[in-house]
Design a protein around this ligand. Structure first.
Ligand SMILES: Nc1nc2c(c(=O)[nH]1)N[C@H]1C(S)=C(S)[C@@H](COP(=O)(O)O)O[C@H]1N2
Ligand SMILES: [Mo]
Length: 214
């Protein structure tokens, strides 16, 4: 784990702090590159994982529990997307370039079983979790991403590998992705347990009126 490198962008572990004050506070403007992302973490640090150390473990209701290296993921068919990134607190970064492998391809490689309906995701930060239904996960705009903003994903942005769930609010795009557990019914993730809607479609929840990203 590395300590906070940039003063003011790492928040305490209490989600109340994160949701109540830090999110949407405009700190993104201070970040190098000025790409207008706010860098979020719910722990006091960023997991620092080298490309060669990185592993993604897929377990649960699968025929072949599989551990993917970054090389394994990069050898799979590549998907590139140019889509907005929308945090539920209101900030949006338009036309972000993303590259990675479709989550559906990862699930197919592990042989997700037909009785499974949910996915639970874990992060190398040891705290954040997320969930999707299998139907949501099979959309072509839901990817296991290893590039964003035209470069390998930085540590701060969740690299080497994060989720990118294009049609949903940013909290679904779990950073430092470590595990995917295929289950019958997925438990709500960290942000949902702390007040965000499990219905994370952009424009359809949390009292925002944004149009869905198409
Ligand atoms: N592990 C982890 N993933 C996370 C978060 C987090 O705090 N920890 N924050 C989420 C939220 S609310 C948003 S808006 C985006 C922000 O992505 P960024 O930090 O790359 O800007 O990450 C999401 N994924
Ligand atoms: Mo967010």
């Amino acid at each position: 784990m590395v300590g906070a490198g940039v003063v003011g962008v790492v928040f305490g572990s209490k989600v109340q702090k994160a949701v109540g004050s830090a999110l949407g506070s405009g700190l993104g403007g201070l970040l190098p590159g000025g790409d207008r992302f706010r860098i979020y973490t719910i722990t006091d640090s960023f997991p620092d994982i080298s490309d060669s150390q990185y592993r993604l473990r897929v377990t649960g209701l699968v025929d072949r529990p599989t551990t993917f290296t970054l090389g394994d993921l990069m050898a799979m068919p590549r998907t590139a997307l140019v889509k907005d990134f929308q945090c539920v607190t209101g900030w949006r970064v338009p036309d972000v370039h993303w590259e990675g492998v479709k989550l559906s391809d990862v699930l197919a490689a592990a042989g997700a079983r037909s009785n499974a309906e949910g996915l639970e995701f874990g992060s190398y930060d040891g705290l954040d979790t997320e969930s999707l239904t299998l139907d949501q996960a099979r959309r072509p705009d839901v990817i296991v991403a290893y590039r964003m903003l035209g470069a390998p994903i930085t540590t701060e942005h969740g690299g080497p590998v994060r989720l990118y769930v294009a049609p949903m609010y940013g909290y679904k795009s779990l950073k430092w992705l470590s595990t995917i557990n295929v289950v019958e019914n997925a438990a709500p993730g960290y942000w949902e347990q702390n007040g965000y809607s499990t219905d994370a479609w952009v424009g359809s929840s949390n009292d925002r009126s944004d149009r869905p990203i198409d």
